[in-house]
Write a protein that binds this ligand. Structure first.
Ligand code: AMP
Ligand code: ZN
Length: 112
């Protein structure tokens, strides 16, 4: 059984505030926003983290980066934004389904 919360969101079993969807990408608002715009972009295929990206599944990651400018434009982020991926414990990853944070809507801090 797949206990992944983001797989359940993609399947519609857990509600989410969807902002974008195509055949391989799903994007929704972070439940705990860290900026005026905080969207999570995920592959529909379960990939647990950046370390699991391979030649076989990297097309899903390319699709994410094709979707990001469309999402940013739809969210009004014409002055820029930040894309973040957290990988593993030291990276601060808490959900082990690959995801990219889009943060924007204000001038972001330069520190991490
Ligand atoms: P990370 O720390 O990079 O693994 O990010 C996981 C993110 O998922 C956090 O920013 C959480 O606020 C967010 N999150 C967790 N559960 C949900 C949910 N049900 N809907 C939307 N965002 C969520
Ligand atoms: Zn998953």
């Amino acid at each position: 059984m797949n206990d992944c919360i983001f797989c359940k969101i993609i399947a519609g079993d857990i509600p989410s505030a969807k902002v974008y969807e195509d055949e391989s990408v799903y994007a929704f608002r972070d439940i705990n926003p860290q900026a005026p715009v905080h969207v999570l972009v995920v592959p529909k295929e379960h990939i647990s983290c950046a370390n699991e990206i391979t030649a076989e599944n990297s097309g899903a990651v390319a699709k994410i980066f094709e979707a990001i400018p469309k999402i940013a434009a739809a969210e009004g982020l014409s002055n820029g934004y930040r894309v973040i991926n957290c990988c593993g414990e030291d990276g601060g990853q808490t959900v082990f389904h690959l995801h990219f944070h889009i943060l924007g809507g204000k001038k972001l801090s330069e520190s991490f």
